[in-house]
Design a protein around this ligand. Structure first.
Ligand SMILES: [Zn+2]
Ligand SMILES: [Zn+2]
Length: 460
């Protein structure tokens, strides 16, 4: 009976429009209580006009600190600032950066931002996209101040997530932060955002199939927690954004509306669980790995979601290949034992590959490293339960072609060569990406079975 009641309540919640999910708390079929602590979300044209009223309703008074990237002050920020002034909101501007250099989403920078905020500031307002939102979230967490997020581009899914994705010594970390009081996405602003940022938003959310399959896989192999609700939350928007990619490319109100709704739902799928797992699987590891090597080599990073989109296609192809691989015939345990790396040898190779970032990489990787005897048990279980595992994963895995088509229709990169990477490089990238995060994904499974190299060689 109890399970029934929960299931019925859950179905009712999943039917709701995205903006009506704010503030919900429910008993989930997974046994946990989930909640979305963001109080208010607006995704519509002219949503900026209600910032002042919403502040009153949410109890924000006094002086606000407005945080934005100085680089886009004149091109993008002036309009929202004007709207805030017109509503007689009292605020002080805190532009970040020198107006020329690209801002880096780093923990240290968020601390600097927090330190720069005057003592009389009562709340924060972030105007920007990924980097500025994450910096503000973390700064507000240091300062204990409530905040509003005003979106300027539908470029990533972080607005509605209760996490800040910031790098610490080169390694991407997901830091828990208090939720925004309100998230304001004014479509008339978002429709003007650069096309690359729109493509990036689409790339970020097409990953959800891989993320949830990886998460489910991790439950099946590691016996860890999994909940089907995040997948269901994002599932509803998937057909809409896959069909509307052309409209996104044209930046129509419908196209940008669908995309923005999709990124908001994707963020919520993380918020309900309190981790980034439902929206960050192996494709995100690959994207973060590319960020890390760009940093190491002093190159400019690509947009997050653009990389995620490309890596999603790679992962969907790997899923298909590995799903159909005759492991029982081809995997030899004695061979795997011979090549299994010791702790010391992994440490050595991480040092060689990652140089000054090696300590951070080791910290992540050794969360999942196992000595051979333990690993052997895990591999035997996987081989033994191979069919059952894939039966459980199948509902989460989507065909590759509709995703490729949507990315192409939006004009986004859909192949690693579009990012300037060569085949021999990505065949190594997928193996090295395993090292930078403690999270278990399909890449770990394939590497443990000794088939990742062959899979990458065949399908990438
Ligand atoms: Zn649940
Ligand atoms: Zn992402």
């Amino acid at each position: 009976m109890e399970i029934n009641r929960r299931a019925i309540e859950l179905e009712e919640i999943l039917e709701r429009e995205t903006v009506d999910l704010m503030g919900v708390t429910f008993d989930c079929i997974c046994g946990r209580i989930h909640s979305i602590p963001i109080e208010y979300l607006a995704v519509r044209r002219d949503a900026l006009e209600e910032v002042g009223d919403q502040m009153g309703i949410r109890g924000l008074s006094g002086t606000g600190g407005v945080i934005y990237d100085k680089k886009i002050e004149k091109s993008v920020i002036y309009k929202p600032l004007e709207r805030l002034r017109a509503q007689r909101i009292d605020f002080v501007s805190y532009p970040v950066g020198d107006g020329r250099k690209e801002l880096q989403p780093e923990v240290d920078l968020s601390r600097e931002v927090a330190e720069g905020i005057d003592e009389n500031i009562n709340f924060l307002i972030s105007i920007g996209s990924g980097v500025i939102s994450d910096l503000t979230k973390n700064a507000s967490s240091y300062l204990g101040l409530p905040f509003f997020l005003i979106a300027t581009a539908p470029s990533m899914n972080g607005y509605t997530s209760s996490m800040a994705a910031l790098t610490d010594k080169g390694i991407k970390k997901t830091l828990m932060v208090p939720p925004a009081k309100a998230v304001i996405a004014d479509l008339s602003i978002l429709m003007d955002s650069p096309i690359e940022m729109i493509r990036s938003g689409l790339g970020d959310i097409v990953s959800k199939s891989v993320c949830n399959a990886d998460w489910k896989l991790s439950q099946l192999v590691k016996n860890s927690y999994f909940c089907p609700v995040p997948f269901r939350i994002t599932d509803r928007s998937e057909p809409l954004y896959l069909e509307s990619a052309r409209e996104m490319a044209k930046r129509t109100e419908h196209g940008i509306g669908v995309l923005t709704d999709g990124i908001m739902r994707s963020g919520l799928s993380m918020t309900v669980i309190g981790t980034s797992t439902p929206s960050s699987g192996a494709e995100h590891l690959i994207a973060h790995y590319w960020d890390l090597i760009a940093l190491k080599e002093g190159r400019k990073k690509e947009f997050h979601g653009v990389q995620v989109g490309v890596a999603t296609i790679m992962m969907l192809r790997l899923y298909e290949f590995i799903r159909n691989y005759p492991v029982k015939k081809k995997v030899s345990l004695s061979m795997l034992k011979r090549v299994y790396p010791s702790r010391e040898s992994v440490k050595e190779s991480i040092k060689k590959k990652f140089g000054r970032y090696a300590d951070g990489v080791c910290e992540e990787y050794f969360q999942k490293y196992m000595d051979w005897n333990e690993k052997l048990k895990e591999i035997e279980m996987i081989l033994d339960q191979w069919e059952e595992i894939w039966n459980e994963l199948d509902p989460y895995i989507r065909p590759t072609e509709p995703v490729v088509k949507a990315l192409q229709e939006c004009g986004a990169c859909s192949h690693y060569t579009h990012l300037g990477r060569r085949k021999e490089e990505v065949c190594t990238d997928v193996r090295d990406a395993i090292l930078i995060r403690g999270r278990y994904t399909l890449l770990d499974l394939a590497e443990d079975l000794g088939i990742l190299g062959k899979a990458a060689e065949t399908v990438l």
